[in-house]
Design a protein around this ligand. Structure first.
Ligand code: FAD
Length: 308
């Protein structure tokens, strides 16, 4: 049975922040409700008041480009992420995460802000946002602050305090003359929770055939997604000439598979899912590199894609 609570429906951001500090008792925000309603129903969370953000126009407007950033509002749905032309062009791995999350009904309701606030270790947006070096704006009655996703993931405590809300997500664009390639893949599903789950996002930036940036983040092998800093450094500055691209792509995939296996061993030693995950990450490594080098036909076909 659904517990009783009251709902406030602010019509703008300032009112949402004021209501959050004014209301008495346990106050929670709700946007799509895809996580929260289940948590309230199961008793995992309790609320006297829900503040519905779905009617707040500042949180629902479409993605835009501003000052070298792709600006997303926290109420953007996963359906919108998967189809929006700006997201597909500048943050493809996030669009891929949008395509592969949940079912069509869930994607239509679930928001990026809700996914960030829920901070599930298997949440699909976080590895993509980490690989894109995104920043998150958080607002409350004491003002606004911006944190990088890396800072949020590294924090020991919850970075989002009670009655604070996620308002914007900013993704730096690739600089002029730099080609950005990015992708996301995963194994697992919510409907078959017994299947171990993994997700992996990658961003590679090339300038005149040289790898300028490599950013990867793997999710669902710890409390929060892990950035693969050491692996990234190994490949930055390496040339990818047309004639040797296949060889380089093969080397990257092989090294990544090895690196991810070690990461799983370090992150979840002795856990029952360790054996499965150390195999599965290898397939994800090949799938991701195949997407980064589409001309090379590398894929092993063993990796993810939503719903499995
Ligand atoms: C069947 C099913 C399948 C799913 N599949 C996936 C999947 O494949 N991948 C995945 O990542 N997730 C999945 N989810 C989880 C869920 O859909 C996502 O986490 C979603 O992004 C949550 O967004 P929401 O808007 O529905 O959040 P809500 O349920 O409205 O809120 C979630 C939490 O965030 C808080 N909150 C919401 N918006 C804000 C805000 N702007 N600022 C601060 N706090 C906020 C709420 O108080 C609550 O604690 C699935 C859920 C279900 C039920």
């Amino acid at each position: 049975m659904m517990p009783e609570f009251q709902i406030a429906c602010p019509q703008n951001l300032a009112d949402a922040i004021t209501e959050a500090s004014r209301l008495q008792g346990e106050v929670l925000f709700v946007n799509g409700g895809t996580d929260l309603i289940l948590e309230l129903r199961s008793g995992q969370k309790k609320a006297d008041w829900l503040i519905d953000l779905s009617q707040v126009p500042e949180l629902q407007s479409l993605p835009t480009l501003e000052n070298g950033m792709l600006k997303l509002r926290s109420g953007v749905t996963f359906t919108r992420l998967s189809t929006d032309p700006l997201v597909r062009k500048h943050a493809r791995c996030l669009a891929h995460a949008g395509e592969q999350m949940g079912s069509a009904q869930i994607r239509n309701r679930a928001t990026l802000g809700g996914n960030i606030a829920s901070a599930s270790p298997a949440g699909d947006s976080l590895p993509a946002l980490a690989a894109l070096e995104a920043e998150v704006t958080i607002e409350g009655s004491e003002g606004a602050r911006t944190l990088t996703v890396a800072e949020m993931l590294a924090a020991k405590e919850k970075t989002l305090k009670a009655r604070e809300l996620v308002t914007e997500i900013l993704i730096p664009l690739a600089e002029q003359g730099i080609e950005r390639r990015s992708t996301f893949t995963k194994i697992g599903s919510r409907t078959q929770v017994s299947i171990a789950r993994l997700n992996l996002a990658a961003v590679m930036e090339l300038e005149h055939g040289v790898i300028r940036k490599m950013r990867l983040a793997v999710g669902a092998i710890g409390k929060a997604p892990l950035r693969l800093y050491e692996f990234e450094k190994e490949w930055e500055g390496k040339a990818v000439k047309a004639e040797s691209a296949g060889k380089i792509a093969g080397e990257i995939a092989g090294t990544l598979a090895e690196f991810l296996t070690k990461t799983v061993d370090q992150a979840i030693p002795g856990r029952h899912s360790q054996a499965y995950k150390r195999q599965a990450v290898q397939a994800l490594a090949f799938d991701v590199v195949a997407e980064l080098f589409p001309e090379q036909g590398l894929g092993q076909g063993g990796g993810g894609n939503g719903g499995r």
